[in-house]
Write a protein that binds this ligand. Structure first.
Ligand SMILES: NC(=O)c1ccc[n+]([C@@H]2O[C@H](COP(=O)([O-])OP(=O)(O)OC[C@H]3O[C@@H](n4cnc5c(N)ncnc54)[C@H](OP(=O)(O)O)[C@@H]3O)[C@@H](O)[C@H]2O)c1
Length: 363
């Protein structure tokens, strides 16, 4: 007998967590067309902490509801179909996509093709297809165990890196000759640095800004022309037209960039909040006004420009080149069982992150 289990966090105090034991999995009723999956393994990065921090503001708690005041954090990973009342999806199929930190999930596959489906279970009907599209995996998709683990760790983040790189290039880098990336050791950050590094010599030089303890890791990546610590921003040449892409969300650091470059800061793009507990950005900063980057908008634009197949082909080519390099940069660490999941969550929330580790968890 297997009971269901959910990891839930308190929505107003993210340091409070608990496990909710549910009913026996096999006893959960399925309606016609529904499937029940068992979550196999998933990645956990600072991005998942951001889902929790921005849960109310950006609707991330809506995917997998929990009891009032608590939330289930979405994660990217794999699951296997345990039971099926869908005519199209068989028991034993392996899926890739967006799951909760839970042992099981009931889904409602619709618009099923050979390679994918949309989960249109109740509240997930309203969500953006970026989040409720699932891949149906073939047997040999898991043949390379390193790629199998790298995919949930890096590919959702890399899609954003790819889109920012493309958007910056499409806009002539806004005239900048220097690009500053804040939180340069983050996976989304070094995915962008990887893309920009392949645009040399026409593209801007790439400056990685990071915590002192992560400088050696960022230098080893070889994608940044210069690497420096957050408190060394004032040493940069303020005469160069510069753009900044912020994955950190630390208002004081971004303000230091704006004050140092003033009118020479030609573009300021906000992407992440990896420093989620830092002060937010003050208003009325000199230089370009900070702008949020919304990846789904750029993806939609490029799907129109290139067609869906053209988009997938370009992203796929870039992803394969990045994954081949990233396999040397990251060591995969697997955590098994509820204690490991709760520990990695707590460490990530507290900012105790080794950027050279990619975490894969299973409950
Ligand atoms: N808008 C979008 O579409 C989108 C898409 C993907 C990712 N993102 C965002 O980009 C950010 C990076 O995500 P990721 O998953 O790539 O991160 P990650 O690889 O897990 O990032 C790890 C790095 O984040 C920094 N960090 C994390 N927690 C910290 C803390 N509490 N205090 C100080 N530094 C901390 C450290 O870098 P440093 O020392 O270098 O600062 C650390 O090496 C997240 O906020 C994520 O949500 C946004």
């Amino acid at each position: 007998m297997t009971t269901t289990r959910d990891f839930v966090v308190n929505r107003t105090d993210l340091s409070r967590t608990r496990w909710v034991e549910g009913p026996e999995a096999a006893g959960i009723a399925l309606d016609e067309g529904q499937i029940q999956v068992e979550v196999e393994k998933f990645a956990f990065t600072a991005n998942n902490i951001t889902y929790a921090v921005a849960g109310d503001m950006l609707n991330y708690w809506a995917f997998f509801p929990a009891e009032a005041g608590w939330g289930r954090i979405p994660v990217w990973g794999y699951a296997t179909v345990l039971r099926s009342r869908s005519p199209d999806i068989g028991e034993g199929e392996r899926l890739y996509g967006y799951f909760p930190m839970s042992s099981h999930l009931v889904m409602q596959p619709e618009q099923v093709t050979l390679g994918s489906f949309l989960d249109l279970y109740r509240q997930r009907r309203e969500l953006h297809p970026v989040y409720n599209t699932y891949s149906r995996l073939r047997r040999n998709d898991a043949a390379d165990p390193v790629l199998d683990d790298l995919r949930p760790i890096l590919s959702p983040l890399y899609t954003t890196s790819f889109l920012i790189d493309d958007w910056l290039a499409d806009n002539g880098f806004f005239g900048a000759s220097q690009a500053l990336l804040l939180s340069a050791s983050s996976k989304t950050g070094f995915g962008l640095a990887f893309g920009l590094s392949r645009r040399r010599p026409e593209g801007p030089s790439v400056v990685g800004v990071t915590s002192p303890g992560n400088i050696a890791f960022v230098e080893r990546l070889g994608c940044y022309d210069t690497v420096l610590a957050y408190d060394k921003i004032a040493t940069l040449d303020a005469g160069q037209p510069t753009l900044v892409v912020d994955f950190a969300g630390d208002g004081e650091v971004l303000a230091a960039v704006h004050r140092h470059f003033g009118d020479r800061l030609v573009q300021s793009t906000q992407v992440g909040l990896s420093h989620w507990d830092a002060p937010r950005t003050p208003a009325d900063l000199p230089g370009a006004k900070p702008q949020m980057f919304f990846a789904p908008d750029q993806a939609r634009q490029r799907m129109q420009d290139w067609g869906r197949d053209g988009f997938d082909a370009r992203l796929g080519t870039a992803w394969r080149a990045f994954a081949a390099r990233a396999a040397d940069w990251l060591t995969i660490e697997r955590g098994e069982g509820p204690e490991a999941a709760a520990r990695i969550y707590a460490e990530m929330l507290a900012g105790r992150i080794n950027p050279a580790i990619g975490n894969i968890l299973s409950l």
